[in-house]
Write a protein that binds this ligand. Structure first.
Ligand code: GDP
Length: 665
């Protein structure tokens, strides 16, 4: 099971060591002045690198595969990536990848030496080309070129570094040979179906005196033309993807229900289950054994509550389900929002035991709040598991009573009756989970679908594969190699290994080194997939949960002020100008303020009924301006539904749901 990783205990000092060394000096180098850069280059070149082989006069445009495919061990590959990252920070993107790879290998992974090699090589190449030009124009003899001063050469790197030219990037990912697969090492061409741009191979070198990496790399092919829709259908054996979140009051039995379901589906082997049973018995919590399948962390086990949003995968007849087990405890609602924001459909678990359903349903219980939250976050289909039915002897009356109370509320919350199903279950005994119950107590009054069948019958939503790439980060952690990983759901578009991505905020780019879906490495992933991306070329410290990774050619906007239409929930304190709130959006949770109350709107027609109101009260629909403390990446609701809606919370409860209507800056 791929659960979000906990990075709280991660030691960032290790990262800082590298960055201090390189990040600092590099910034000084290329941001200040050419003379500083010249000094830097000069000092590096001045030292004759020991043990460095003399380099070829001209950079050879051999097939990049040849060198990178050398049998590198995993460790060496990691060292190579690390060196390349550092070199890219110093050199920018103006040096061909292959040239850097060769230099690293020749210098035996010594990044300093590799830099010297590359700079020396590049200098020679530049000199040679310049001389060719000048010889051709009769300006200079071959000899005079050699006496060119260092100062003339120095600023060149500064120029290259800040040129920021878009060109081929990335290198072979273990297990994925970009060029072998027909991928380019990223091309900045527009659109997912960009065609190859056939550029003459090595002749480009001769033809273009000022060599840019693009001119060397372009002979490679651009991204393969992926018919994402068709490929998605082929993948998963034609099964559709569905992201499902499990919600409900604490102790309703969410983890037990889904843990048992996974066990019955064979997703947890008998040995592991036995281990959980033994461990839970020892801990004096035998009834929690199934819940432990999902509640993986020690802290959760100790407290017996789910805190993080766990994720795992299972299959039904026609679908591949990514399951998110959201925490039910009040303190963990923000985590639950993260799960719900990424879900297409939900299972709401309610405890049928006497008094327990009522406790979860009344004000302060999570049943109502979760129901409202998921609906506001875009979930339209819901299955209610009326759980712990064993506790009430499978009484039909109790089941109907709960349906009556809940049904009315869910209708008010905006669920269509036809999109809500109710199933009597017992997570503990496993009744009605993956097969219809055979128990006569139940069959005498219930002949409907079991939980698995109901999940299978959900309609899969359309995937926005044609829109520009968007992924909202739900977790960030360090990987074993040189880069770092982020996880999240792809909201739109698709991504391939080697792709350059823009991160908003902080408005920086990085390169996709690897993609994993359900713990398996893949070459591409598309809207709807919950993936982990391995990235390089950027400092992990700048990436936070809530950042949006997007296509640099069609970036998402980051802002602190925006206008929104909000629907106010059942609040006790009216909302006034300057009201402090917590802004929950996708995986973002950010302090914010209601800056302006623009107007009150008619609930159904949307017409302005009052301009500049002094306050907003429960049930009202209003246009407001919100200001967040730090920038957040947003879309207009009309352009990107998923990235244009949010929730506002105040003092532990959700006070409003909203959609973004204008981004102000
Ligand atoms: P969660 O907080 O919603 O994830 O609830 P858990 O799955 O941790 O379950 C809370 C408690 O209810 C545990 O002691 C479970 O053993 C118990 N429980 C869960 N499902 C059932 C059920 O169907 N029947 C009975 N009798 N107990 C259950």
């Amino acid at each position: 099971m791929a659960r979000h990783r906990n990075v709280r205990g991660y030691n960032y000092d290790e990262d800082f060591e590298d960055d201090d060394l390189y990040g600092q000096s590099v910034e000084d180098d290329y941001c200040i002045s050419p003379s500083t850069a010249a000094q830097f280059i000069y000092s590096r070149r001045d030292k004759t690198p020991s043990g460095v082989e003399p380099v070829d006069e001209e950079y050879d445009t051999e097939d990049p595969k040849e060198s990178t495919n050398r049998q590198l061990s995993g460790l060496d590959q990691a060292r190579l990536y690390s060196c390349l990252d550092h070199m890219r920070e110093v050199l920018g993107e103006a040096i061909p990848e292959q040239m850097m790879i060769d230099a690293v290998l020749r210098s035996n992974f010594d990044v300093e030496k590799a830099l010297e090699v590359v700079l020396e090589q590049d200098r020679k190449l530049d000199l040679k080309n310049k001389s060719k030009e000048k010889v051709a124009s009769g300006e200079m003899t071959k000899d005079s070129q050699v006496s060119r001063s260092e100062s003339e050469i120095g600023p060149k790197v500064a120029r290259m570094t800040i040129s920021g030219k878009k060109q081929t990037m990335g290198f072979e990912v273990p297990g994925v040979t970009a060029e072998e697969n027909g991928h380019s090492f990223h091309t900045p061409q527009k659109g997912p179906s960009s065609e190859d741009v056939p550029v003459a191979g090595s002749s480009v070198l001769e033809a273009e005196p000022n060599i840019t990496p693009a001119s060397v790399k372009k002979p490679g092919k651009s991204k393969p033309q992926i018919d994402v829709k068709a490929e998605l259908e082929k993948r998963q054996g034609g099964k559709q993807l569905l992201n499902l979140v499990v919600i409900g009051h604490v102790d309703a039995g969410k983890s037990t229900l889904m843990g048992h379901l996974l066990y019955l589906l064979g997703n947890v082997n008998k040995r592991t289950m036995h281990k959980y049973e033994e461990e839970s018995k020892k801990a004096g919590k035998a009834s929690f054994a199934y819940a432990w399948v999902l509640d993986e962390t020690g802290e959760e086990r100790e407290r017996g509550v789910t805190m993080d949003v766990g994720m795992t995968k299972f299959e039904t007849k026609t679908k591949v389900i990514t399951l998110m087990d959201a925490p039910g405890h009040k303190d963990f609602i923000p985590n639950m929002i993260t799960g719900a924001a990424q879900a297409d459909v939900a299972v709401l678990v309610v405890d049928a035991s006497t008094g327990e359903f009522e406790a979860g349903f009344e004000t302060g219980g999570q049943t109502r709040e979760h129901g409202l939250l998921v609906r506001s976050l875009g979930v339209t289909q819901l299955v209610v598991a009326v759980n712990k039915m064993d506790q009430v002897n499978w009484q039909e009356e109790r089941f109907q009573e709960i349906i009556g109370k809940l049904g009315q509320f869910l209708k008010q919350a905006g669920f269509k009756e036809s999109d809500v199903a109710y199933i009597p279950t017992s997570g503990l005994s496993g009744e009605n989970l993956i097969t219809k119950s055979q128990s006569s107590e139940l069959t005498k009054w219930y002949q409907g679908l079991c939980l698995l069948e109901q999940i299978d019958s959900f309609k899969s939503p359309q995937r926005a594969t044609e829109k520009p790439f968007r992924l909202c980060v739900s977790d960030v952690f360090k990987d074993q190699g040189s880069g770092f990983c982020v996880t999240g759901k792809i909201e739109a578009g698709f991504v391939q290994t080697g792709d350059r991505l823009l991160v908003m905020p902080p408005n920086e780019t990085c390169t996709t080194k690897g993609i994993t879906l359900h713990d398996e490495p893949i070459d591409w992933a598309a809207a709807g997939d919950h993936v982990s991306l391995t990235l390089t070329g950027m400092d992990i410290i700048k990436v936070n949960v809530g950042c949006v990774f997007c296509d640099p050619r069609e970036p998402i906007k980051a802002c602190t002020r925006f206008k929104a239409r909000i629907l106010i929930f059942n609040i006790e304190i009216p909302i006034t100008k300057g009201f402090p709130v917590l802004f929950h959006y996708q995986t973002v949770s950010e302090p914010a303020t209601i800056r302006r109350l623009i107007s009150i709107l008619h609930k159904s027609t949307g017409e302005v009924t009052k301009k500049k109101p002094k306050l907003l009260t429960k049930g009202q629909n209003a246009l407001v301006e919100v200001e967040t403390q730090r920038p957040v990446a947003l879309e207009l609701y009309k352009d990107f539904k998923e990235l244009g809606r949010f929730m506002l919370r105040y003092s532990g409860s959700t006070i409003a749901a909203g959609v973004v209507t204008e981004i102000k800056g």
